[in-house]
Design a protein around this ligand. Sequence first.
Ligand SMILES: Nc1ncnc2c1ncn2[C@@H]1O[C@H](COP(=O)(O)OP(=O)(O)O)[C@@H](O)[C@H]1O
Ligand SMILES: O=c1ccn([C@@H]2O[C@H](COP(=O)(O)OP(=O)(O)O)[C@@H](O)[C@H]2O)c(=O)[nH]1
Length: 238
Amino acid sequence: MRVVISIGGSVLAPDLDADRVAGHGAAVEALVEAGCEVGAVVGGGGVAREYIGTARRLGANEVQLDQFGIDVTRINARLLIAALDGLSAPSPAHDYEEAGEALRRGDVPVMGGVMPGQTTDAVAAALAEYVDADLLVYATSVDGVFNADPDTDPEAERHGRLTGAELVDLIAPMSRGAGASAPVDLLAAKLIERSKMRTIVLDGTDPERIEAAVLRGEHTGTDVVPEGCTENPDGWSR
Ligand SMILES: Nc1ncnc2c1ncn2[C@@H]1O[C@H](COP(=O)(O)OP(=O)(O)O)[C@@H](O)[C@H]1O
Ligand SMILES: O=c1ccn([C@@H]2O[C@H](COP(=O)(O)OP(=O)(O)O)[C@@H](O)[C@H]2O)c(=O)[nH]1
C-alpha cells in the first residue's frame, strides 16, 4: 500500500519535544517495515503562527507571511527526517517530482510547504494524487471532521464517513475569512474530491493511532470515501 501521511505541526512539534518527534518517526518506520511505501508532509504549528504574527506586526504582506510559514514547515520536516534515521532523503523535497523520485528510489519523501496561498493540507493531497497513493491520512489535533468546531462546541458531532463532495461542502463555509480554522483546508478537500482519494482524518497526537489506521483500518476519526463507495472490505469502514 502506498500512503501519504500529513502530520500537523501542532501534532509533531508543539513544543519541539524530541521524544514526540521520535514517536512519529517510529510510526513511519513501522509502516515501512510492514511493507508500505510512505510519503510524509509536515505542518508548521504554533511556531509558524508565532513567526507569522510577529512578521505581520512588522508589516509583512500575506505572501511574505506564507513564506515564513513555509520555512517553519520545512524546518519541522527536517526534524522528522532526523528521526527517520536514514530512511528518508536527507532534506525535504521542494516539489512533487522530487518527492516522487525519492519514493521510486525506496526512500520516504518528506515535504513541508511548497508555495504561498495554501497550507500543508493541500500539499499532502497533491502529493497523494501525484504518487497515486492508495490512502491519505491527516494526523491532526482533532479526531475527525465534526459538524461544528469540537474545540469550542461540546455538542459537536463527528462525521464517521463522508464523500469528497460532502467534505468540500462542509469545509467551504469554515474557510471564509482570515484565521479561519478547519480540520483540512478547502483546496485539500477539492483535491481529495477530484482524485477520489481515500482519506482518513484522525487525532494523530498518539502516533500509534496512525499505524492502527493504516495497517488495520482501526480508527475513530472520519473516513472520506469516493462517491458511491459501499464496500466494507478489510481495513476500511468501521
Ligand atoms: N468542524 C470541524 N471539525 C473538526 N475540526 C474543526 C472544525 N472546525 C474547526 N476545527 C478546528 O480545526 C483545527 C484543526 O487542527 P489544527 O490545530 O489546525 O492542527 P494541524 O496542526 O493538524 O493543522 C482544530 O483546532 C479544530 O478545533
Ligand atoms: O504550501 C504551503 C504550506 C504552508 N504555507 C504556510 O505555512 C503555514 C503553516 O502551514 P500549515 O498551516 O500547513 O501548518 P499546520 O496548521 O499543519 O501546523 C500556513 O498557514 C501558510 O501560511 C504556505 O503558504 N504554503
